[in-house]
Every structure is written in structure tokens, then in C-alpha cells.
Design a protein around this ligand. Structure first.
Ligand code: SAM
Length: 220
């Protein structure tokens, strides 16, 4: 039995290189995911027409469970390679600029991405749309970034990640971001196309780029 479990764990390590660094409950989710894939491929898949609805039921029930674990532990932020690279840069930025956990951070266009709060626990999330799934303890405000409900010079860092170029064409975006930033405040851009940088370049200058391409801007 222990031989079988050992082999199964080796399989999980191959799937998830950070397996050994995870909490027990997180390891259980990785294991459950693997078992689900095995059941889908080897049992339900070969069942033919009956198999498809069974797979749908299995996934809708277990996705909800996985979401709850994610909410409690931040599991997917810990294993998602793209998020990991982003967080590595964000940690380096935090150290370089001596920001602490109390830094006032605004994540604009956050959707339900919770990764920034791993580095800056006090992050305020902002989005024009209310995400369907809201993690608990998620400090969120629904408003367009053109209208940030915060005072002048009150934010140390505004983070944007994976936004569309068109969302930056409105000059009120840059104006509003500049309004809320403290004199030393910065803007962090990640996963954005060149045109976005150009749109923000009016009145902002790029001061640093981190290895995974997190770009830091500040007011000129
Ligand atoms: C592609 S998603 C990225 C979500 C998240 N930043 C991430 O990296 O996973 C873009 C998000 O920007 C939001 N958004 C678009 N225009 C916006 C605006 N003017 N103000 C605030 N949020 C906006 C959308 O609702 C959406 O949630």
C-alpha cells in the first residue's frame, strides 16, 4: 500500500513541481485533481454517451470545492507559473522601495484575481464589473478606474495586470491614477501590450523593469 501511495505521490510531484512545499490540504486538492483526471479518462470517458453528463456533474461539483480551497489557501496563486513570476517581481519591488504590509495598494481591473494580496495584504481591489465569485475577506469596490473612490495622494502603488489596450485610451485613466498617487507613488504594469505603456507615458515615466517584465512607472 505504502509503495502504491509513494508512486502516486511521485506522479503528483511530476505534475506539480512545488508539491513538497504545499500544505496538506493543498496536496489533497492536487491529489483529488489527479484522481478526477484518472476517473474521467479511464472510467467515464469510455462509457460513451452516458459518460459526458457524468463528467459535467463531476466537474461542476468539484470545481466549487476547489474554489473554496483556493479562497482559503491561495493555492492556485502559489502554483500558477504566470502568477508566480508576477509575484516574484512584486516582492522584489516591495523590497527595493522599502514598502511594508501597510502600504496602500490599489489593484485596478482585478477581476477576482487575488494574487496581489499575497504580497500586499491590504490591497484594495477595483473592477468595473463585480466578479461572479468573490473570495472571503476580499477588499473590493465596483467602479471604473476613471472614478476611483479614494482621496488625492492616498495610494502608494496602483497595479494593473492583463488589461486591454482600449481600456487605457481614455485620458481620464492616467489622470485619475495620478490624482490618487502619493508624490512618491508608483504604477506597476504587468502583461500589458506596448500601446498601454504609451498611453500612460503622458506624465508618467518608466523607472524600472523587473526580470519577469513588471514595469514600474512614477509621475514625472
Ligand atoms: C483580462 S481581466 C484581468 C483581470 C486581472 N487583472 C488578472 O490579471 O487576472 C481585465 C479586467 O479589467 C476590468 N476592466 C475593464 N475596464 C475597466 C475599467 N475601465 N475600470 C475598471 N476595471 C476595468 C474587467 O472587468 C476585467 O475584470
Amino acid at each position: 500500500m505504502s509503495d502504491f501511495l509513494g508512486k502516486f505521490e511521485d506522479r503528483l510531484r511530476q505534475r506539480e513541481p512545488r508539491y513538497d512545499q504545499l500544505e496538506t490540504v493543498e496536496k489533497m486538492v492536487i491529489a483529488a485533481n489527479e484522481i478526477r483526471a484518472l476517473v474521467t479518462n479511464n472510467v467515464l470517458g469510455p462509457m460513451g454517451p452516458l459518460g459526458k453528463p457524468a463528467v459535467r456533474v463531476l466537474y461542476s461539483a468539484t470545481n466549487e470545492l476547489a474554489w473554496r480551497v483556493h479562497d482559503k489557501t491561495g493555492l492556485y496563486d502559489k502554483i500558477n507559473p504566470h502568477t508566480l513570476a508576477f509575484l516574484e517581481d512584486l516582492r522584489a519591488f516591495k523590497a527595493d522601495y522599502a514598502l511594508d504590509d501597510n502600504a496602500s495598494v490599489l489593484y485596478a481591473g482585478s477581476g477576482f484575481d487575488t494574487s496581489v494580496r499575497i504580497v500586499f495584504p491590504d490591497t484594495l481591489h477595483l473592477d468595473a464589473k463585480k466578479p461572479r465569485k468573490m473570495p472571503s475577506g476580499y477588499n473590493f469596490v465596483q467602479t471604473p478606474v476613471q472614478n476611483i473612490p479614494l482621496g488625492d495622494s492616498s495610494v502608494d502603488l496602483v497595479v494593473f495586470r492583463h488589461m486591454e489596450v482600449t481600456q487605457f485610451k481614455d485620458p481620464r485613466v492616467a489622470e485619475e491614477v495620478k490624482r490618487v498617487l502619493t508624490p512618491e507613488g508608483k504604477v506597476a504594469l504587468m502583461g500589458l501590450r506596448r500601446a498601454v505603456f504609451n498611453a500612460l507615458d503622458h506624465g508618467m515615466e518608466r523607472v524600472q523593469v523587473y526580470p519577469n517584465e513588471l514595469s514600474i512607472y512614477q509621475k514625472q
